[in-house]
Design a protein around this ligand. Structure first.
Ligand code: GLA
Ligand code: ZN
Length: 705
């Protein structure tokens, strides 16, 4: 049933391995290009991302274009068998443009216009910026879209932020008119009768700002949606210029880890492949598993955006220079971190940056080539070794992730739940809560997709959907999840779900609104706990079938082995068909349900009414994974800090065993026949030993292959 996806570019059937390359910083020294080419080949690199911030080198004065230097780079690449993602340089603009056309400079929420400087700070509405970008993109595309070294378009760089200039205000008003039609409809949707906020003319509407309006939550939500649409529109504008010159060239733009500012799902349809930039803070704790789980979640999110292999466009070959503490990667971590991306579906491992700049703010950021200028460095050796590993693993390219479990997260839900003034303004920790659920499944080696409620995706492909804190829940989403459960799916939902709709208006008639029938509960009240204050979640025995539920059919695991500490939010629910599996241990609501299950049609819906300690999620999902027979990459007890991930083409599985525990671990195998995917050697013995930061890739025949 599974198939192999074609490689991202027909020119490179292997993994892409390379870096952001800035030859425009070394034009004064032509020997650098030749030395770089020698080193790129030595490092096992085959692709560079070129031109990302090279606008000033490409168009030093308005209307004067200089491409000789880029001709030389790309021609030499082609001669040497190297390839390039060609960037549109709109991530940073030349000074002449800011000076001549101040409208391209962004205006902040404080309504002050930026001076020239930095990057990623243009007005995406400005007709001048759009025109200048279109002119340059067309020049680039007409010259290089069919160049033999060019494998695709790297559109701009890390789009982000918002602009509050008058052009953007006007665009926002137009966007609102298109969405609501009439002011009456907008006033109703935004509930502006509150505090006399009713608008009587479109011109009264401004973007949210701390010295103006921030109290109308639907307004905040719509501004964020507008900012996404504006940015998508700008990206589409860039793509529309380059695409016609060679429709076969894939197009991407590089994204940031679960970036709050843009709903990346809205970009997926524009792009041929998803690319993102991962900068884990490795070694910030004795055990790297929480960091590893966060980045695993992100890899799964980015893979899921287009449901196919993605690009790791940037990662550091050693350290960054912008984290609070920028640590070196310990031995093994470069390979482990890179193979983690591959394990979750990356078909490229690329870095920022190839060569360290000599000056300015990123001169001390890690690079493949250090200021010393030669290849005899630890980092270079790590990179070259990874190049060798990726070459040996080329059969992995194009394989899929066979996920039958999914985490459901929506950007607008995240915006709404974090913006709401409610029971815990010191933090409801939505992202952490999502990670609690994800991490438990990750530790079990269960492949996971990260999905959105508005995607056109058949939910029936999942045995398990986990939707933590689905605070903003559209009626359609509720209905969809209800159908999913009725048809046999298992849903896990939590406290603070089904509270508002897409307009940020509360669901009337009882929470969790559109999920109430599916979950078989009514959530009457929400208690908030101070930091450090706890309750507990105590498993129930005996009556109403709970004991039966707690045991797997074949006598196996117990659902909950003990009482668990709970914190932050405690919802007080009534059973309306659901059964209680655990109850609160203290306070005036001791004994009231804290974990419930509802049977609906052929499926079940669990509800967790409070935020539990990590051990709860480990036990609950351990039980659920075996009760549902969720496929796991390795059917074995994985030691703490070790996970396994799988990619498959339906005939051969590639199992990545990854040790983030910070120490040596022995990993029992599951009795199937394995060979080392890099060396082809059969594995002997019932277990394998991984050193600290160790990683192995194994191959086996797929179960249904
Ligand atoms: C981002 C940018 C790069 C570079 C790196 C540094 O990801 O896209 O240009 O600044 O950060 O880590
Ligand atoms: Zn603007």
């Amino acid at each position: 049933m599974l198939r192999k996806h074609p490689p991202i570019s027909g020119s490179i059937p292997d993994f892409m391995h390379g870096a952001d390359y800035n030859p425009d910083q070394w034009l004064h020294d032509p020997a650098v290009l030749e030395e770089d080419i020698r080193l790129m080949k030595l490092a096992g690199c085959n692709v560079m991302a070129v031109g990302i911030f090279a606008w000033a080198a490409m168009e030093p004065e308005e209307g004067q274009f200089e491409f000789d230097w880029l001709d030389r780079v790309l021609d030499r690449f082609a001669e040497e068998g190297l390839f390039a993602w060609l960037a549109t340089p709109s991530g940073a603009r030349p000074a002449w443009m800011s000076e001549r056309y101040p409208e391209v400079l962004r205006i902040g929420a404080n309504r002050v216009r930026n001076l020239h400087g930095h990057r990623h700070n243009h007005c995406y509405t400005s007709p001048v910026y759009r025109e200048k970008t279109a002119i340059l993109n067309a020049k680039l595309a007409s010259r290089y879209a069919r160049h033999p070294a060019v494998v695709g378009w790297h559109i701009s760089n890390e789009y982000g932020g918002d602009c509050h200039c008058e052009l953007c205000q006007e665009a926002f008003r137009e966007w609102l008119q298109a969405r609501y039609g009439t002011l009456d409809a907008l006033n109703a949707a935004w509930w502006t009768s509150f505090w006399a906020h009713t608008y009587t003319s479109w011109s009264q509407i401004e973007s949210p700002t701390p010295h103006g309006e921030t109290m109308v939550h639907a307004h905040n939500l719509d501004w964020r949606r507008f900012v996404t649409d504006r940015t998508v529109d700008f990206c589409a504008h860039e793509i529309a210029v380059v695409r016609p010159f060679n429709p076969d060239l894939p197009v991407t733009t590089n994204m940031m880890d679960w970036y709050e500012g843009l709903d990346y799902r809205r970009f997926a349809g524009l792009l041929d492949v998803i690319a993102w930039d991962a900068y884990p803070t490795w070694h910030d704790a004795a055990d790297d598993s929480r960091t590893a789980a966060w980045f695993a979640f992100n890899h799964d999110l980015f893979r899921s955006l287009k449901d196919k292999p993605f690009m790791l466009m940037e990662s550091t070959p050693s350290l960054t220079n912008w984290q609070p503490v920028s640590k070196l990667k310990r031995p093994g971590m470069h390979r482990l971190s890179s193979l983690q991306a591959v394990a979750h579906g990356a078909d490229t491992v690329q870095y920022f940056q190839w060569r360290k700049s000599r000056g300015s703010s990123e001169k001390l950021h890690g690079a493949v080539v250090d200021h010393v200028g030669h290849e005899h460095t630890r980092v270079f050796r790590d990179v070259a070794e990874l190049g060798g590993a990726l070459a040996a693993l080329r059969d992995v390219v194009g394989t899929s992730t066979p996920a039958r479990a999914a985490i459901l997260t929506d950007w607008d839900n995240r915006w709404a739940v974090c913006d709401a003034q409610g029971p815990r303004n010191c933090g409801v920790h939505y992202e952490d809560a999502v990670l609690d659920h994800y991490r438990a499944l990750w530790a079990l080696g269960v492949p996971i997709d990260v999905i959105g409620s508005e995607e056109e995706r058949d939910l029936g492909r999942y045995d398990l959907i986990v939707a933590p804190m689905l605070y903003l829940c559209r009626s359609e989403t509720g209905a969809r999840l209800e159908r999913y459960v009725e048809a046999g799916g298992v849903l896990v939902s939590t406290y603070w779900s089904g509270i508002v709709d897409e307009r940020d208006l509360c669901h009337l008639g009882g929470f969790p609104g559109p999920l109430r029938r599916t979950l078989g509960i009514w959530a009457e009240e929400m208690d908030a706990l101070y930091d450090g204050e706890t309750n507990s979640l105590v498993p129930l025995d005996g009556p109403n079938g709970a004991a039966e539920e707690r045991k797997e059919p074949e006598g196996g695991r117990i659902l909950l082995g003990r009482a668990y500490v709970s914190s932050e939010l405690c919802e007080l629910v009534h059973l309306e068909g659901a059964e209680a599996l655990a109850a609160y241990g203290s306070d005036f609501y001791a004994g009231r349900p804290a974990l419930t299950v509802n049977r609906l049609g052929a499926g079940k819906a669990y509800y967790l009414a409070t935020r539990a300690e990590p051990a709860f999620y480990a036990d609950f999902y351990g039980w659920l994974a075996s009760a549902l027979r969720l496929p796991r990459a390795l059917d074995t007890a994985l030691p703490d800090g070790v996970t396994a991930q799988v990619r498959t083409d339906g005939e051969t599985d590639f199992v990545f065993v990854l040790n983030f525990s910070g120490r040596e671990r022995i990993v029992p195998l599951d009795g199937r026949v394995y060979i080392d995917a890099e060396t082809g050697e059969p594995l002997s013995g019932p277990a394998l030993t991984l050193s600290a930061n160790g990683s192995r890739v194994l191959r086996r025949a797929s179960a249904n292959g």
